[in-house]
Design a protein around this ligand. Structure first.
Ligand code: M6R
Length: 554
């Protein structure tokens, strides 16, 4: 997951850029680089490995890290085109070494552009699609020397996605940023501006930010942002205020962000439900949806789209819609949804779920649903994100920044918000006030229940240690616990590199049970509810009969 930082202002650029990269380290990367304009020349330093290596190299090149440069761009790269070598690390330079570019996304037609430029005499030093874009900008710059014009012309030629920041040796008064399908946020401070792919890199400098829309190109100077479209026609984008506190993107004594965010859940869920439960009427107050009860009663079906963890949360929402609102509901993996020909009607409610609000497939699904005339609502965490803006009406999670790539608190807040949406729809339909009140009280109780689970931290850690050497694991659940099992398996894969599968517990006997052998850990989520508990006990017996090891969450 690549990260972009750009800076122009009064401070030593290397300090701002390196500290911005450190704030993006959580996203994972395998090389890093920085480029500065210095004495009218572009200086580039790159290293494979960690930002610490890059920082060391910068300090070796410039004692004390003092470069006297006030403008630059920097990047952390997660290898896609070519291995994580120094040559493939960003920034990339153009043929004339006048433009330095950092790029997130994929230039799909890079082979074609590369051959065209090679035929004109360009020599490439990396395997990346990004270097091709740097050369293309340089090629246009050779025409009339207009940096902005060259960036716009190059971006008009590329197919695919980009979030970029670029500097030019001949024009050190600006950084140019642009986006299509890959987020860019610009922080506007006092006599300084910072560009980043993620607001976490901006908040230490300023809370005043501008989010770029697709095909926006921004000319960024110290304290100003001038936005154009790809044809260089001015467009207007609002400045918004980042709600995050300065310390929200810091570890605050935790060993890593995932642990911090796991422990933040009671508070984040409280924030997600605060002021949104109406106990008298047994319903939820979700003004962001912007609908009357009458409009809600006209909705015939809910289609919930998302990816990964957000899709798993959506599945909990599907069950809640069916149970609370008596309404047909379906969950769709966003990429599958966008590339099929989904049958959507004007009476459908499409709910797009995304922590970041920037996931390309979910965004494309939103656009497809809007195009087809559905009522589309977004459940996002990042305020001002593209999905939040494009859906117009939606509900923020208020989970606070989720820095860890592995989603935790966003999942539980998504579930809490979906329960409230289903409750509201239920109350506009046949759900009784009394049942609505019960559900509202149950939702209100969630943070405290989470606190009680977190008190078992040490016990859970000891249990995890016992299983740390295992190669495979199963997660089983029924009903609402099935998506939870899927989410558990996703987390184990992502964090521990242990192969894990989530299944509806009843599905085990239809084949997967063949894999249950001696000592195979099977996590079974078995809450004591009326419908599923006894049946789940039966599934536990099946596992034990094959000498699998049951880890019951009960
Ligand atoms: O930002 P989004 O919720 O749209 O991201 C979608 C997925 O990439 C994300 O949920 C992913 O599966 C989790 N980070 C995994 O822990």
């Amino acid at each position: 997951m690549c990260g972009i930082v750009g800076y122009i202002g009064e401070k030593e650029a290397t300090n701002v850029l390196l500290s911005g990269l450190r704030r993006l380290e959580y996203r994972g990367y395998d090389s890093a680089g920085i480029s500065l304009t210095r004495e009218d020349r572009l200086q580039v330093i790159k290293r494979s490995g960690k930002v610490a290596e890059l920082s060391k190299a910068v300090h070796e090149t410039f004692p004390g890290g003092e470069t006297a440069s006030r403008v630059g761009v920097a990047h952390t790269r997660w290898a896609t085109h070519g291995p994580p070598t120094e040559a493939n690390a960003h920034p990339h330079l153009d043929e004339g070494r006048r433009v330095a570019l950092v790029h997130n996304g994929i230039i799909e037609n890079y082979r074609h552009i590369r051959s065209h430029l090679e035929a004109k005499g360009h020599t490439f030093h990396s395997d990346t699609d990004s270097e091709v874009l740097a050369h293309l900008i340089g090629d246009y710059l050779d025409g009339d020397g207009d940096f902005l014009g060259a960036v716009c012309a190059a971006l008009r030629k590329v197919e695919g996605t980009f979030g970029i920041a670029a500097i030019c040796q001949d024009d050190p008064t600006k950084v140019i940023a642009a986006r299509r399908g890959s987020p860019i946020v610009i922080g506007v401070g006092q006599n300084e501006s910072i560009i980043a792919s993620d607001a976490a890199a901006v908040i230490s400098l300023t809370h005043q930010v501008v989010y770029l829309d697709d095909n926006d190109v921004a000319v960024v100077t110290p304290g100003s942002v001038d936005i154009r479209d790809l044809n260089n026609v001015p467009v207007n984008r609002e400045i918004s205020e980042l709600e995050w506190s300065d310390t929200s993107a810091e570890l605050g004594g935790y060993e890593h962000f995932m642990l911090k965010e796991i422990h933040e859940q009671p508070d984040s869920i409280r924030n997600a439900i605060r002021g949104r439960l109406d106990f008298d009427n047994g319903t939820a107050v979700l003004s962001g949806l912007g609908t009357t009860p009458r409009e809600i009663s006209e909705v015939q079906r809910a289609i919930i789209v998302g990816c990964g963890t957000s899709m798993n949360a959506g599945m909990v929402g599907e069950y809640a819609f069916e149970n609370f609102a008596d309404m047909p509901a379906e969950v769709e993996q966003a990429a599958e949804f966008r590339y099929r020909n989904p049958i959507i009607k004007a009476t459908d409610l499409v709910i797009a779920i995304s922590q970041s609000g920037e996931t390309a497939d979910t965004l494309a699904a939103v656009r497809e649903a809007i195009q087809k005339g559905a009522w589309v609502s977004g459940l996002c965490n990042v305020v001002g994100s593209t999905i939040a803006r494009e859906t117009g009406r939606g509900i923020y999670l208020h989970a606070g920044p989720e820095i860890s790539v592995a989603s935790t608190k966003a999942f539980t807040c998504q579930v809490a918000v979906l329960l409230m949406v289903a409750l509201k729809f239920g109350r506009c339909g046949r759900l009784s006030c009394e049942r609505g009140q019960e559900i509202a009280r149950a939702i209100e109780a969630i943070p405290e229940l989470v606190e009680r689970v977190l008190e078992k931290n040490d016990q859970i850690a000891r249990e995890a240690e016992r299983w740390a050497e295992t190669q495979h694991a199963f997660f089983l659940g029924r009903g609402y616990q099935y998506p939870v099992a899927l989410e558990g398996a996703l987390k184990l894969k992502e964090i521990s590199y242990i192969h894990a599968e989530g299944y509806p517990a009843a599905e085990m006997k239809h084949g997967p049970i063949a894999l249950i052998a001696k000592q195979m850990p099977v996590v079974v989520i078995a809450p004591h509810d009326k419908l599923t508990y006894q049946k789940t006990l039966g599934n536990i017996e099946e596992v034990k009969a094959r000498e699998g090891m049951v880890i019951a969450i009960a």
